[in-house]
Design a protein around this ligand. Structure first.
Ligand code: HEM
Length: 135
């Protein structure tokens, strides 16, 4: 059974690092074309939620102590980050095709704002995930 946990936590951390890492990078440099990353980012977030739910089921179940409170705060921030990415980046990137220059500037500004908001939310998530065990 041990190897199942190892695979799940490995997938969880790898997908989380990709999701948070690309979001912070895109938030720092709006020149990078965010539309090239949004699908892998949303895919990674799906993997993070799936494996995170399994980890919760395996290691925490119905127990809700101080560690679970910190994890829950991180999970809420991750949900918000995924919602912001979906609404502000995925939505705008779909409208990019065929947009005129003025609309493209507006859409890219909205996508950059979305990446910045998500990046801060994911900073909260990563801090909660990394410290929950110690609290
Ligand atoms: C960017 C997003 C995320 C990153 C980088 C991340 C990273 C991590 C890391 C590094 C750990 C190991 C902590 C430790 O063992 O001390 C962890 C644990 C955990 N994560 Fe996440 N996580 C993310 C999002 C989520 C989400 C969205 C959920 C739930 C749906 C979740 C659920 C959990 C649970 C339940 C644990 C505890 C596992 C245990 O008790 O050993 N995580 N996460």
């Amino acid at each position: 059974m041990q190897y199942v946990y190892i695979v799940i936590i490995g997938l969880h951390v790898m997908a989380g690092v990709f999701w948070a890492g690309t979001t912070v990078t895109l938030a720092r440099d709006p020149e990078i074309k965010a539309e090239r990353f949004i699908q892998p980012q949303m895919g990674a977030s799906g993997m993070v939620f799936l494996t995170g739910a399994l980890l919760w089921y395996f290691f925490h179940g119905a127990y809700f102590g101080s560690m679970e409170m910190v994890l829950a705060l991180g999970i809420v921030a991750a949900f918000a980050a995924a919602g912001v990415l979906g609404a502000m980046v995925a939505g705008s990137s779909r409208r990019l095709a065929g947009a005129d220059a003025a609309t493209e500037i507006h859409l890219r500004a909205r996508m950059a704002r979305g990446e910045r908001i998500s990046a801060w939310l994911l900073v909260v998530t990563v801090l909660c995930m990394a410290t929950a065990r110690m609290i």
